[in-house]
Design a protein around this ligand. Structure first.
Ligand code: MN
Ligand code: ZN
Length: 499
């Protein structure tokens, strides 16, 4: 779908979208169309239950006095309802409501709204962004799809005052959408296609955007002493990898201003649980266990794509967790890169083992301003928060607040969970420095405590992802891989860390 911005009033064909506010008050463009049709638009509204409320719409076919196939009237609600997020949602609904447009062309006439918080150009930009986010599909393996089962929309044109500004602003948001789509692709791919080596190769494709990408294999990780990460992958036929991505968009040199920020992702490309094998039900979905690393790759793509003025490091630990004659056993003791020993009580608590080494490595090599790690770490976080908030754990209030705020702004919300000495004690082992599982109680918290033992005093936040896969469509996230984390972290960077 091609997205374009144009000046208001240009003649449109196919489907036109106009708006109405609360009480069915027609926008200027809608009123013009109504007049042209001899009042047929208002009659259609009166004959329906449409009242211009947000989230509501009315489609009128073959409007009298026009050559249009269809007019979609969308409700904007009250001026106070017109926010960035609401306009993105509206864009998603417009896409869903017009994607079968016969002629493939959809034009949205965006008018300024008195007392709205954002301008017509911004409304247009956000509608375009929302439509784009909703348009994602993953059907590369469906070879028998009929044309009628695919969307027919080819172009979405937004007409508004200040369209050149809208186009410019969208150029940047479109890059964020590209990052989200990349993450959704990576998470959607099955485990026989995406495994450590191929995931690393996908990260490598970012080089063409100017990202420096380095891939470490098992021999190099062994030399670095990454016993925790390597233990997880030792039952797999696929070699474990650590990928380091660097984007230098900020100040150069070695001073404090050039100090990078860092994002670290869990990349378990398939999680069987290992010898602590998971039950067979729902095992197929465990291909999503690389979602944290998928988000870090998508984020790097977004930041490099929009040429963000910041120095960023993205590190992902890529392993496959398989049962095998050579697999790690429950009870094994491994030594992490930090020198601390870990009793592996349960081989299904593997994500924290991978992250422990990835975090320590990132901290030691880059001395970042802060580290944020993302992971589909525990099922317990979904028990606590369902899919509606991701769990946020942090040793730094400012970082936690900034993340929480960014989440609210992009609709990827976080809920802060506790950390503390009493929880930390729960992972003490009788035979090693710590154990990788403390039992069911507080399962997400003890996992976070485990990570904290590998970050020293560096400001750090851990995001335990709960909404990696959507069962149903929402306005800007179609069912399937959500791409969670890309928009959130891009916003965090944009709000606070660009020079
Ligand atoms: Mn697991
Ligand atoms: Zn896992």
């Amino acid at each position: 779908m091609k997205i374009a911005f144009a000046k208001p009033g240009l003649r449109a064909t196919g489907v036109v979208v106009v708006s109405a506010g609360a009480g069915s008050k027609l926008s200027a463009s809608a009123a013009k169309l109504d007049k042209k049709s001899g009042g047929a638009l208002s009659r259609a509204i009166r004959a329906s239950s449409f009242e211009g409320k947000k989230g509501h719409s009315l489609n009128v076919l073959a409007l009298a006095g026009t050559k249009l196939d269809e007019v979609m009237i969308v409700g904007l609600g009250k001026p106070g309802d017109i926010t960035e997020l609401e306009m993105q949602r509206l864009g998603g609904r417009i896409y869903a409501g017009t994607k079968q447009a016969k002629k493939g062309s959809v034009t949205v006439a965006v008018d300024a709204v008195t007392d709205a918080k954002i301008t017509a150009a911004d409304i247009a930009t956000e509608i375009a962004y929302g439509a784009k986010l909703r348009s994602y599909r993953f059907d590369k393996y469906r070879t028998k799809l009929k044309p009628a089962e695919k969307p027919n929309i080819k172009s979405l044109t937004l007409q508004c005052a200040g369209f050149a500004n809208a186009r410019k602003k969208y150029a940047s948001l479109g890059k964020v959408a590209d990052g989200v789509f990349f993450t959704r692709d990576l998470v959607s791919e099955p485990g026989n296609v995406i495994y450590p080596d191929t995931l690393a190769k996908q990260a490598k494709t970012l080089e063409k955007l100017g990202v420096k990408v380095q891939i470490l294999g098992e021999a190099q990780m062994k030399r670095l002493g990454m016993g925790a990460l390597l233990g997880v992958g030792q039952g797999s036929a696929r070699e474990s990898k650590l990928v380091v991505m660097q984007w230098h968009g900020g100040p150069k040199g070695k001073g404090k201003a050039a100090q990078p920020i860092a994002f670290v992702g869990k990349g378990v490309t398939f999680d069987t649980g290992g010898i602590s094998l998971k039950p067979r039900e729902g095992l197929d979905i465990l291909k999503i266990d690389m979602g944290g690393s998928g988000a870090v790759i998508g984020l790097m793509k977004a930041l490099a794509g929009r040429k963000a003025q910041v120095n960023v490091v993205g590190v992902i630990g890529c392993v496959e967790n398989m049962p095998d004659g050579n697999a790690q056993r429950p009870g094994d003791i491994v030594t992490s890169m930090s020198g601390q020993t870990i009793e592996v009580i349960d081989t299904d608590a593997e994500g924290r083992l991978v992250l422990a080494d990835a975090l320590h490595y990132t901290n030691q090599r880059f001395k970042p301003k802060f580290m944020v790690n993302l992971a589909t770490l525990t099922g317990a976080i979904m028990v606590a928060l369902a899919h509606h908030n991701a769990g946020l754990f942090s040793n730094n209030d400012q970082l936690a607040e900034r993340l929480t705020q960014a989440g609210l702004e992009v609709d990827e919300t976080l809920w802060r969970m506790p950390l503390g000495e009493a929880y930390d004690k729960m992972i003490d082992s009788k035979i090693a420095d710590m154990k990788n599982l403390a039992g069911r109680l507080g399962g997400s918290i003890t996992a976070a405590q485990f990570l904290q033992r590998h970050v020293d005093n560096t400001p750090w936040a851990h995001i335990d992802i709960s909404g990696i896969w959507a069962e149903t469509d929402t306005p800007t996230v179609p069912e399937g891989a959500t791409g969670f984390g890309v928009r959130l972290l891009d916003r965090l960077v944009k709000n606070h860390y660009e020079s």
